[in-house]
Design a protein. Sequence first.
Length: 251
Amino acid sequence: MADGEYADDADRIAREYRRRRPVPKALLALMVFCLLTAAQQTWRTFTSSRSSALVPEWLSTAGAVALWVPLAALALEQWRGRTLVTAHGVTVRGAVRTRSVAWEDVHDIRVEPRRRDTHGLTPRSPAYLYATDGRRILLPRLDEWQLDDPYAEVAELRATVALRDGGVGEAPWAEAEARVRWRAGHRTAWQRANLGAALVLAAMVVLWAGRALVTGTQGQPLLLLVCVPLASLAVLAALLHGWWEVRAGRG
């Protein structure tokens, strides 16, 4: 396939996927709830934390920040998030980062339906770009929330990738697929490690709150709410990543 023909086809599908439809009601309701909760926590932090003998001031401040940061990221993503397709490649704009992948570095583009119902908080059929080094990148706005048929859109994008792959051969494709699976395993390991650390944090919150109520003192919030969850995250991540490396080696 000639380079000129490949570039012409990539230029033919040049487009921008951005938010053209209103935010779904379920997501909007969640954002309003998070905004009210963050505002309430901030108000309590600046009005009552200084006089509390059980809750340290730094802990109240950290709780308020922990509510505002994801809310701000979600709002920025709704404003900035988009996917740009040009003759040179695919550019993804997230809440903060902007990443570009040239067509020669694109391995595949896929719609991956979610296995579980998200109750309208996230798209059910998001699209992902897979780079030749195995990275997976979410393509914002290329989903059923903004498009009537995301599968048809992805099919056109994959046709452009197929032009490049026509001269790549089966061996590089198989190697890229192996890298995709390898990164997917480590991504799952991180997800499970984060979930485990979150469960440990919840248990530590219950333990710290119970001890504070019984003894009437602040206890050890730094140790229970920061050090123990972080240590559990490090241990779980090391174990799960090591287990995946062993499994991938055997496979």
